[in-house]
Ligand binder design. Sequence first.
Ligand code: SAM
Length: 288
Amino acid sequence: MEQECMTGKLYLCATPIGNLGDISARCLEIFNTVDLIAAEDTRRTVQLLNHFGISKPLTSYHEHNKREKGEYLIKLLKQGKNIAQVSDAGTPAISDPGEDLVRLCIENDITVTSVPGPVAGINALILSGLSTRRYAFEGFLSVNKRHRKEHLNSVKNDTHTLIFYEAPHKLKYTLADMLEVFGGDRKIALVRELTKLHEEVIRCTLEEAQELYAEKSPRGEYVIVIDGASENNAEPENNFWDELTVTEHVNKYISEGMTSKEAVKQAAKDRGLAKRDVYNEYHKGAME
Ligand code: SAM
């Protein structure tokens, strides 16, 4: 109990993604009261603080120093210091540093709390006109071509609306890869410069999006929101047992070391059948 009182708190503070008016009153209050602000880019955060007339010690916490700096911040929190963590824009830990620091705090019994605010992906989703009932946040695609394709293929049949972050200079390549994997008819929303002067939402198909950007250069920050696969269009998954009879399916598991009981159970699970039906089918097949 005594230790709980002495330990500081980590505040994950969301900051504006463009319009400074989106800072919350609580976020400013926390900035004013914490001992230290850990910022992804201290120069950017100084500008934000200056705008609101706040002067506070800052330290950098980013992708390249997160290991050492994380330990240092934990030490300060254990000494009772309260720390706010901010990224360049939006919500920390969402495609931004913060995730590791949260984990470290949990491991060290340090309280973490959030000061909610803007998230580009969620704002793009609600403006997209696509279904918001079920969605999946996919973040950035890898710069590695093979990994990008693997990522896209892994969500090709996903029926949730998909949200991707993308840098403008990679947008054309990403649209080309998406077109190849998802097909030209998928609905897409390209949401640009949210909350800023040139905010824009382009709603079209993937094919139209690719044509559009063949002619014009992408500018600013983008979120790509893509319709999920329709239940009817989703390609069925290929399972290794599709080509096998029930008996062959069970025998495969037995040849891999399972007992016949385990093999029947697993084959039934794979095929969505009752164990008894697989058992009967297997014994019938085995006797033929
Ligand atoms: N943590 C941030 C959040 O909560 O949304 C995201 C940070 S991530 C490094 C930056 C990406 O977010 C950009 O490449 C872009 O895809 C998206 N983004 C950030 N601000 C945006 C804005 N104002 N308009 C559109 N997309 C934005």
